[in-house]
Design a protein around this ligand. Structure first.
Ligand code: HEM
Length: 112
């Protein structure tokens, strides 16, 4: 709850604090390990997530496998700009609306 509030403080961040805009961190030295309070996906201090390394490795592996193995397209000619990135409050910050995407295999041998 506190992390949620820190991350959305418009007096610290710009007026787009509520917006999904990960580029705000590119070109900065802010990292995710709990030292920079601007970005705390794993918490901070003595109670920070002990599974941080495993979590980061598994997340990267899953995303890399998906991008490598599938061609992903948005349905009905939808453009990426139209994606609804609204989130709803929760422990894992879930999407407010499901992501709809069409996945086809990148490799012909996977269809056999
Ligand atoms: C991307 C994946 C993950 C994220 C984003 C995440 C995030 C978090 C966050 C925000 C906390 C609360 C930290 C705090 O109170 O300051 C936490 C705690 C914890 N996480 Fe994770 N976590 C992830 C993966 C994992 C994995 C893979 C494990 C174990 C294999 C794990 C085990 C734990 C445990 C045991 C705590 C409680 C630590 C305590 O209260 O002392 N997490 N995690």
């Amino acid at each position: 709850m506190l992390v949620y509030a820190i991350g959305r403080d418009t007096s610290v961040w710009s007026s787009n604090a509520e917006e999904f805009y990960p580029e705000r961190f590119s070109g900065t030295n802010i990292d995710v390990k709990g030292n920079d309070f601007q970005l705390l996906p794993f918490g901070s201090g003595r109670r920070k997530c002990p599974g941080m390394q495993l979590g980061m490795i598994v997340s990267q592996l899953v995303v890399a496998q998906m991008v490598h193995c599938f061609n992903l397209k948005l349905p009905n000619g939808m453009s990426p700009d139209e994606l609804d990135m609204t989130d709803k409050f929760g422990a894992t910050l879930p999407r407010a609306n499901h992501l709809m995407a069409m996945a086809t295999y990148s490799f012909a041998y996977l269809t056999k």
